[in-house]
Design a protein around this ligand. Structure first.
Ligand code: FAD
Length: 493
């Protein structure tokens, strides 16, 4: 007899609701707890999971397995080539281990909901108790609605409602404890499970050796690392977050997104820790903490949007009118964008940052998404895909939301205000050109403001030309006018 916790995007012991429930059942029934993780290459393919993210997940699992073993809990992990076999395989394993209870947290993407609906049915048929637990959001999707009973599609009123909800329901901010020691005979009864090793990445998702080493250094895996990063960021940087977060020259944000995406850190823990340091306020006190909490809430917001409008998972625009936008299909321009060779230094710096770090600053995510969809008029879904294929923090809801924002095809679109001017963004958020110099070595020797627009002065142009840096592939003023016209035509005929 045993109870099983099935890990997915919740790779942590601390503040993991379903894991906590599983441990409580184990303790109450005096039975061992077994943990399970299934590597699904088809899901990695279908969801365009980047090799950096696959590598990060597998490294996180190794840490998790060691941490669990310290409390005598085995983490069994295997690869399932066919993803539609996963529900029946989970049931098979439960039967093999004699488990009548299965625990797991909810994932809200459509494929995962379908998979879990099938699992719920199979469990019921096989007398296994299974109720997926809401855990990933601070406020559970479905809990907030406007006075007219509708889901919010605009962040600001949604956030007000999120804050009010948490004030009225402080239990949503209670953190659940880590599991304690597994029951005595777990090591004997399930000895072979303790010897199980974590699978390797599927061939199409493997990182080259040098990148493996680089990413291990950039993003050490596991929840201990995540917690340390959280605490260090909150103590050393968060109070200045409001002023500094868009400054591209240094590291002023937390870079916790890879850890949130695989669940090594819960959003609840992040919010609770920031709140505690902010004298227990969520929405007043130090402006740095307040705005960081509101950024973490964006993650909740986009998951709520996904739950209420699940068709966005199917490659569809949030509003049907946006389907009418007439896109350009210029393969060379798309390639120039991917390669960081558009001749717009801020765009190119960001696109090289994502290639090198599998991560990009939020400000430049907005700049490059606007540039692709407005300046180049290339369908934003190509950019959305490209991001998923490269980001270590790739998360469907946040990525889709971010692309909807940048391309003005998502919730709350404001195309007239959101055609970012790459030059102004560069001058404003990278005033000394440090970000550009770091990522675009061809421009390193350019002095002063010309770094933002190298072909604007003779001296800078000579350097750029000599280094083979391209001229701008479009004229921003012209492409801005073209984008406005196309959007207007799509929306108003
Ligand atoms: P911090 O500034 O320290 O913020 C803390 C946390 O809050 C982040 O780790 C993240 O979990 C959350 N957060 C912050 N801003 C946002 C936001 N705008 N939307 C949702 N959550 C937010 N974030 C992802 O996690 N995965 C993605 O795939 C992703 N794709 C994006 C695509 C585009 C086009 C845009 C504009 C944004 C995207 N974001 C995505 C949101 C945001 O850029 C990143 O979360 C952020 O840059 C991560 O850096 P950080 O951890 O230092 O953030």
């Amino acid at each position: 007899k045993a109870v099983v916790h099935w890990f997915k995007n919740d790779l942590r012991l601390h503040d993991n609701r379903a894991l906590h429930t599983a441990f409580t059942i184990a303790r109450d029934h005096q039975i061992p707890l077994i943990c399970l993780y299934i590597v699904s290459p088809e899901d990695f393919e279908a969801h365009l999971t980047s090799p950096a993210r696959v590598n990060f997940i597998l490294r996180t699992l190794e840490r998790l397995q060691r941490d669990l073993a310290e409390v005598d809990i085995p983490l069994y992990s295997e690869t399932q080539e066919k993803r539609n076999r996963i529900p029946s395989r989970v049931v098979e394993l439960c039967q093999k281990w004699g488990a009548k209870h299965l625990c797991g947290n909810v994932e809200y993407e459509v494929d995962e909901l379908r998979r879990d609906a099938k699992l719920v049915r199979l469990c019921a048929e096989n007398e296994i108790d299974f109720a997926p637990t809401p855990d990933t959001c601070v406020v559970t999707p479905g809990a907030l609605s406007s006075q007219q009973g509708k889901q919010y599609a605009v962040y600001t009123p949604w956030f007000r409602s999120w804050l009010a909800f948490l004030k009225e329901n402080p239990d949503y901010l209670e953190l659940s404890e880590e599991p304690g020691s597994n029951l005595g005979d777990a090591r004997k009864t399930f000895a072979d499970l303790f010897d199980c090793s974590i699978p390797t990445a599927p061939r199409s998702k493997q990182l080259p050796g040098d990148e493996k080493v680089r990413f291990e250094k950039l993003y050490p895996a596991g929840e201990h690392e995540a917690t340390q990063r959280l605490e260090k960021f909150l103590e050393e940087k968060a109070t200045k977050y409001d002023e500094m977060r868009s400054d591209l020259s240094g590291e002023y944000t937390s870079i916790l997104s890879p850890y949130f995406a695989c669940g090594a850190l819960s959003a609840r823990t992040a919010v609770v820790t920031a709140k505690r340091l902010n004298k227990n306020w969520l929405d007043r006190g130090n402006q740095g903490y307040v705005s960081w909490i509101s950024e973490v809430a964006w993650r909740d917001f986009y998951k709520h949007v996904l739950v209420h409008w699940p068709f966005i998972c199917m490659n569809k625009c949030f509003k049907p009118e946006h389907t009418n936008i007439e896109w350009e299909y210029d393969a060379d321009q798309f390639q120039a964008w991917c390669d960081g060779k558009t001749g717009f230094p801020i765009v190119d710096a960001a696109m090289r940052q994502i290639r090198h770090c599998a991560w990009m600053h939020n400000r430049t995510r907005m700049v490059v998404s606007s540039f692709l969809s407005k300046d180049l008029l290339i369908d934003w879904r190509r950019g959305e895909r490209y991001f998923m294929e490269h980001l270590i923090d790739g998360d469907f809801a946040s990525n889709h939301g971010g692309w909807g924002f940048g391309s003005s095809t998502g919730v709350d679109p404001q195309p007239y205000f959101r055609i970012f001017n790459p030059l102004r963004q560069s001058e404003r958020f990278d005033p000394d050109g440090e970000y550009i110099r770091r990522w675009v070595p061809e421009l390193r020797d350019i002095q002063g403001k010309a770094i933002h627009d190298p072909y604007s002065t003779k001296e800078a142009a000579a350097i750029a030309e000599k280094q083979g840096y391209p001229r701008p592939i479009v004229d921003h003023a012209d492409s801005r006018a073209r984008a406005l016209e196309r959007y207007k035509r799509a929306l108003h005929g």
